[in-house]
Write a protein that binds this ligand. Sequence first.
Ligand SMILES: [Zn+2]
Ligand SMILES: [Zn+2]
Length: 403
Amino acid sequence: MILNHVRLIRELSSGISTESGFVRVEKDMITEVSDRPYPLADETAVNTNIGNTEDIDMVDCKGKTLIPGLIDLHTHITVLNQVGFNCLHSDMELLTTAAEHAAHYLDMGFTTIRDCGSIHRVANEVKHMAQIGLIEAPDLITCGRAVMPTEGSEDHIMAQHVHFADTVDEVRKAARQEIAEGADFLKVFTSGAAAVATSVPEQSIMFPEEIRAAVETAERKGRYVAAHCHGDNAVRNSILAGVRTIEHATLISDETLELAAVQGAYLIPTLAVMHISDGPRKDYWEKRLGPMFRHCTEKMAKAYEMGLYLGFGTDCAAGDFCYDNGIEFRFRRENCGMKDLDILLQCTRNNAVIAGIEDRVGMIRKGMSADLILVDGKPDLDIRCMYHRPKLVMKRGKIVRRM
Ligand SMILES: [Zn+2]
Ligand SMILES: [Zn+2]
């Protein structure tokens, strides 16, 4: 297939910049990227090398911008928006619900997502179904259940997607179990959670040696650890223990930002999850999340100025208000003062590097997976066009969304 008359952005197309080029896709791979339009059949007379173009599947993209499929490094295909909570009685129903929900990420152009903890480890199964082509869904990077010290009772609804572990030995065992069940990385909770009323985000809930036990167990199996952390102490402990991705980093201090820079830990801010919508509990959430949001946006603006390699997460569910209105893009632009092109790089190239999948996705280049989206506008110059659905979404060489 030829995607013709595409606008390409230098930073995302390995140096090729053009207002009208073409990208060739064969099976599930990108096999050619050109800064010139593909010669059409009636032009072949002047170039005999082109041969017969009649039977080539061609899409005229009319100068719209082609970028790599987006990557969300922090979401959950269950749990968020209560997805899956009503089918705890049936693993079959949970699986179909999770698979159906995973497909919605394609609507906004997300072709790779990292699930940071799922009910009954269902994301591991959805990942497998997508890999073998049984369902249409983004590629998933999964951790099974998230490892967490006892923070609530076993029958609490949130307990369905966590693996309680206290002491170094229990953390090791939980980590080994999650890896044995198919985890690509380990997720731990090193601070309290913002979304659980009884939990205190400022509190450090894991001991440094427990975090270290998770990191060592992961590294032995070629994995890394992602740590949910809001409080500055939890962020600091996580970085010092060797955690690779710091999730949220909400209440991080200037000193800890410096530490992250020195240690090379990646920050994955998830600003959209702190968006407060109108509703009966608006005041409660404003009081709880408002100060966290203001602190976080101020520090992420600072991290950006310092040149930290920032990732892109949402902690929101595809299909919800935040996803469908590009709230994560908006907050980074309006509240953190990040440049349009840099935000675009965060959700493509940066995320691919952070997740260690940059040899397959995150860039338009020969030999990369054909995960591509066509955008109406110039997102590198004005990111606001990313607040809406892309015109076309291609996943592994197949057009899965078109409008
Ligand atoms: Zn979290
Ligand atoms: Zn999360």
